[in-house]
Design a binder for this molecule. Sequence first.
Ligand code: C6P
Length: 414
Amino acid sequence: MSKTKLALKTFDVESIRKDFPILKRRIFGKPLVYLDNSATAQKPQVVIDAMTDYYTNYNANVHRGIHKLSEEATHAYEEAHEKVAKFINGSFEEIIFTKGTTESLNLVAYSLGKALKPGDEVVITEMEHHSNIVPWQQVCKEKGAALKFIGIAEDGKLDWNSINSQITKKTKIVSLTHVSNVLGTINPIKEIGKVAHENNAIFIVDAAQSVPRMRVDVKDLDADFLAFSGHKMYGPTGIGVLYGKKNILQDMSPFLYGGDMIKEVKFHESRWNDLPWKFEAGTPNIEQGIGLGVAIDYINSIGIENIEEHERELTKHAMKVLEEVPLVTIYGPDAESRSSVVAFNFDNVHAHDVATILDREGIAVRAGHHCAMPLMSVLNIIASVRASFAIYNTKEEIDKLAASLATVRKVFKL
Ligand code: C6P
């Protein structure tokens, strides 16, 4: 079994770009400018190679075979859990591999939701992704609990008055996003977690947009649960993480039942496996888990603080150049309070039209409601164009985005 060893790099965007084979592509004859990183990030060659290596050299099921290949696959899969644990400062037993953030949040909503009673309250925010809204809607409906929302202030940040009024002694669960995938707002989750805990509520963080680009320490945040996806952090699709505090996971019911999550099965009853396997029923996404581990090695070789700094510079630059383009409306807070996401509209041109024109220039952005329809209604829009950045993006690419908006103006005669 081959091992990936990655030496710490000095931050050099040109050499980082060489690690991502897809960046050599041309789209409609133009160099690819990939600015859709909040949807999914591109993969470095080391991650692609690690997955090919698994299938080429040690493909086997984990935790089952008494043979060399299975031992190697098990070792690599478990090592990936260890890498994730270290990356977010949790322990091995607290790291459950899932399909992604969506499955992580569904797992926790389903399992914790069983204990909700009529009159209980679940608090989320108006800037959540659908995956942190719909599961709670469903469990609240089933249990007769109320779903409450923390509002957003004019500046695109959460409204502290609303935080303090919505979280009360009736609140059993507070679940919110660390970084909004539309506004880019970095929420003060540590402080909100304190309010949740003062009210004896469970505190859950959707870290899908933060873990890839800033230091996230579950102990420092005192998060009870934290969810994120591998594919947004240079890893493969089909793999994600649910971190949960050990004492809570020990008392929590499994979500899926079947192979590997049991210690013993009799005809009429079963005993659950140790953590984290109690929550990983069936053959897991082995290749993707291993790929995620290597993606973390890759991030560590660059340094998460370097990534954060680089993306902060890109975001500041994007805000500056887009603000200078006439007819552009940007949503969300100032550059200092946001992560690498800039959502905007261009006059009253539909976001899909803007994105289609940008695509012809080789620029990939997302357009639409960004799986945050309630937030669209708060912003009083139906859609927006969203540019989102990663380690391999450059200021020149952002300048191209701004310059290409001139084509939109020309096409729509604005
Ligand atoms: N947001 C975007 O374009 P999954 O799809 O399970 O990997 O992640 C869901 C999810 C949960 N929370 C937040 C804050 C997210 O941004 C996302 C995914 C992508 O904004 C795809 S919709």
